[in-house]
Write a protein that binds this ligand. Structure first.
Ligand code: ZN
Length: 426
């Protein structure tokens, strides 16, 4: 703190505006639960000079290119971290001063010009670590309460958000439509006493992919459903498809295209994190297989309902190396609900009552999957019939309990399981 923090990172910004004319104008900001992001789109590339000054606490950024679009001298932010942003210009010297509401950590990086997006300076003002840790503990507590009531926990992940609009087509922004869809699905799940539901983002802000994965783990999710809409250069392409994780990467060209679109600029950091998690390869492999196999089953249920109830073309389940699906132990899928580049799909997604219908069909798919899980409720106890190759770890994950709890409950002396064995689930 108090010193210059400057991360100059140039990211390959592989985004969906390949197919849409998206330009960024003026100063934009987004307030997320753990940070505030400010984006300055510049006319020309310019390496920023960044200094932090106190009394009052502020970040001063100097650069040599004008900001694109019309800008106000003062932008009032007034969230919990940032008070206001003040712009001044002297000759070719531009200064942006971000007045903070206290002494906070921050990071500054640049995004290079890519397709229709201009060169951008991005400033993230970060909430104190203690507060972020508190938010995390709250997630764990909330989930524990649901688990006590024996509810299934569904984590819905609306893709993109904030500075990342996702695909744009036929006047629709992916980030907006997927948040609306997720909220509608969540409403159906909340009305059902069997489920507890959480969203990885509840507003228009960006959540890094690895953070989405962490949120799902904090909530001890039974399933993770990332919701997106598709876009393709071929306008006739339509329908709904689901993706499960493949560590080897995509096989089809369509899936490869998706990898590029959905693995945003965060990917570099995400890969590092995925490696650091790899503490026990054997455990992770089992968890990974479980996530993929069960993810596929979940995807099949959802696609069945969305095609039969909404008439979407069922494009089936594909494999791709998507960062957000790296959820060992949690059945995870990424849904691509319709193509924004297709007129008919876009018209459907634009219609709120049709979105309600889509949300209902996704809910029905989730419900059908979770109810199909092999568990017998006998005399108030849940009994699990052990299948070939199942481990205590896997079974513990399915029911959201610990290995120790299962061992104690069944007075197991070893962790060896035999197929056909019946385990009572605490
Ligand atoms: Zn997307």
């Amino acid at each position: 703190m108090g010193s210059v923090v400057l991360f100059l990172l140039v990211f390959l910004c592989l985004k969906a505006e390949v197919f849409a004319a998206f330009t960024t104008q003026g100063i934009n900001y987004w307030s997320a639960p753990d940070h505030t992001r400010i984006v300055l789109p510049l006319l020309r590339e310019s390496r920023p000079e960044v200094v932090y000054l106190s009394h009052p606490s502020r970040i001063v950024i100097k650069f040599k290119s004008p900001i694109r679009g019309r800008i106000k001298t003062t932008t009032k932010v007034k969230d919990s971290l940032v008070d206001r942003i003040v712009v001044s210009r002297r000759g070719n010297r531009n200064t942006v001063t971000i007045f903070l509401k206290g002494k906070f950590n921050y990071r500054v990086f640049t995004l290079r010009k890519f397709r229709n997006r201009p060169f951008r300076i991005v400033v993230d003002v970060l909430k104190p670590r203690s507060l972020v840790e508190k938010q995390r503990k709250e997630r764990i507590m909330k989930a524990a309460q649901y688990k006590l009531k024996r509810k299934y926990i569904v984590v819905l992940d609306p893709g993109h958000g904030g500075s990342d609009p996702g695909a744009i087509g036929n006047g629709i922004y992916e980030k907006k439509i997927v948040l609306d869809l997720a909220r509608r699905v969540a409403r159906y799940l909340k009305r059902d006493p069997k489920f507890g539901v959480f969203l990885t983002r509840g507003g228009d802000y960006y959540v890094p992919l690895r953070k989405r994965v962490e949120i799902a783990h904090d909530y001890n999710a039974d399933i993770f459903v990332s919701i997106h809409t598709n876009s393709a250069p071929v306008k006739s392409l339509n329908g709904i498809m689901a993706f499960v994780l493949s560590e080897r990467g995509a096989r089809s060209s369509l899936a490869r295209m998706l990898e590029n679109i959905e693995n945003t600029e965060e990917m570099v950091k995400d890969i590092k994190l995925a490696k650091s998690r790899r503490t026990n390869k054997v455990v992770l492999d089992v968890a990974h297989d479980f996530s993929v196999v069960e993810g596929e089953r979940l995807g099949r249920y959802i696609l069945e309902y969305t095609s039969s109830l909404c008439g979407f073309t069922n494009r089936g389940i594909r494999k791709a190396s998507l960062v957000v699906l790296k959820n060992p132990g949690i059945p995870s899928i990424l849904l691509e609900v319709g193509f924004l580049s297709n007129k008919k799909d876009a018209a459907r997604l634009k219609n709120p009552s049709f979105r309600e219908k889509i949300a209902y069909s996704i809910y029905r798919g989730i419900k059908a999957y979770l109810e199909s899980k092999k568990e017998i409720i006998a005399m108030g106890k849940r009994i699990h019939l052990v299948k070939r190759g199942e481990t205590l770890w896997k079974i513990a994950r399915i029911y959201g309990v610990t290995i120790e709890e299962i061992r104690r409950y069944n007075r197991l002396k070893s962790s060896m399981l035999k197929p056909g064995m019946k385990l009572a689930i605490p």
